[in-house]
Design a protein around this ligand. Structure first.
Ligand SMILES: [Zn+2]
Length: 364
């Protein structure tokens, strides 16, 4: 590494030689200073006020020079100092530029690259079907009521007039929460098997008249196959007022089915049984696909069974403190997946729950 030599010869020639040697060393060292810290070191080594090499040159060459050589020596010392400052300055700029270039390279954006695609989501076909159903009844003045999916035996069965030994209460059909043997039967918790408990809860909370629909998820202890799923959705409805008749039930459901499937659709009512309605009916619609001639969705019969319905059993009113002598009403319910399968021509209910994009993308 370069050190400043003491001079014995102060002639112009000797001074120039010493100067050239020093400048050559300085140029090499400046060239090596390629980043901020190295440059700082260069500055300290050469331009440090007390011990820098330029200060040493001042001591050893100028102050030590005999009077006659002072002018010559001073000139060179100044040149050296100026040169050192220039080099430092030049390098600051070069380093700043190289830092900027590195940043620019790192932040380069290739606008010819394909972008990141973020596909828009859409409603699941089951929820879309549910939304359509809801909007039909909302237009008819029904409001929406919701309730818990974990229910008590009382709300799911007892208040809906299920007799104590009704087979629906059997664990074959119902998923009970474990370890509740200590509890009274009516307090035992289960996953609701229908949305009907919401009807009870609604009547408990509000005085008649009542017009609500209860959409939601329900659970059954069913093994999954093409037409069964342990989880599915229902939409139920309840209308209670004075002088509600079976004619109102028929008119309401007929209007709803025509809104959903077109005005050419006919409805048919057949006697049936549910614990919470009396009389009870199964409601079918004329097949909207073949117009009643017979096709695959209607199994060649021309009719598709879609709803259960009936006049609210007076016993149910007794559970919620409504007066069955003054009030009457009807209730109805349907499975949403079944309707979605029909609407979208899906032959396996499990497809709705797999989350397989190849299936779901068809509805986007
Ligand atoms: Zn048909």
């Amino acid at each position: 590494m370069y050190t400043v030599p003491k001079l014995t010869d102060f002639s112009a020639r000797a001074l120039d030689e010493a100067k050239e040697e020093l400048l050559a060393a300085m140029a090499v060292e400046a060239g090596d200073a390629t980043d901020g810290p190295a440059l700082e070191e260069f500055r300290n080594r050469w331009l440090g006020r007390k011990f820098g090499l330029v200060a040493q040159v001042n001591e050893l060459w100028l102050k030590a020079a005999p009077g006659s050589a002072k002018r010559e020596a001073g000139q060179r010392v100044n040149e050296i100092k100026q040169r050192a400052e220039e080099l430092a300055e030049k390098h600051v700029k070069a380093i700043a530029k190289s830092i900027l270039n590195a940043r620019l390279r790192a932040e380069t954006l290739d606008i010819s690259l394909p972008g990141i695609e973020r596909p828009l989501g859409v409603r699941h076909p089951v929820l879309r079907t549910l939304d359509e159903l809801i909007s039909v009844f909302v237009k008819m003045g029904y409001s929406i009521a919701e309730g818990p999916e974990v229910e008590s035996d009382y709300y799911n069965f007892e208040a809906l007039n299920f007799p104590p030994n009704h087979p629906a209460r059997d664990t074959q059909d119902t998923l009970f929460i474990a370890n509740q043997e200590q509890r009274a039967q009516r307090d035992r918790l289960l996953l609701r098997t229908h949305t009907s408990p919401v009807q009870i809860r609604t009547m408990e909370k509000s005085a008649p008249p009542v017009r609500v629909i209860c959409p939601g998820k329900v659970h059954r202890n069913d093994a999954p196959d093409a037409t069964h799923s342990p989880v599915f959705h229902q939409l139920e409805g309840l209308c209670v007022d004075t002088n509600i008749t079976f004619g109102d039930l028929k008119g309401t459901l007929d209007h709803a089915m025509k809104s959903l499937f077109g005005s050419a659709v006919k409805t048919s009512f057949r006697p049936s049984f549910f614990p919470f309605t009396e009389p009870s009916v199964e409601v079918s619609i004329s097949c909207p696909f073949c117009g009643g001639k017979g096709c695959r969705p209607c199994k060649q019969s021309g009719w598709i069974e879609l709803l259960g319905a009936g006049m609210v059993d007076p016993n149910v009113f007794g559970f919620v403190g409504y007066d069955p002598k003054k009030l009457s009403g009807f209730a109805f319910g349907m499975g949403v997946e079944r309707l979605a399968m029909m609407t979208y021509n899906v032959d396996d209910i499990q497809q709705f729950f797999y989350g397989d994009m190849r299936f779901l993308e068809q509805f986007a």
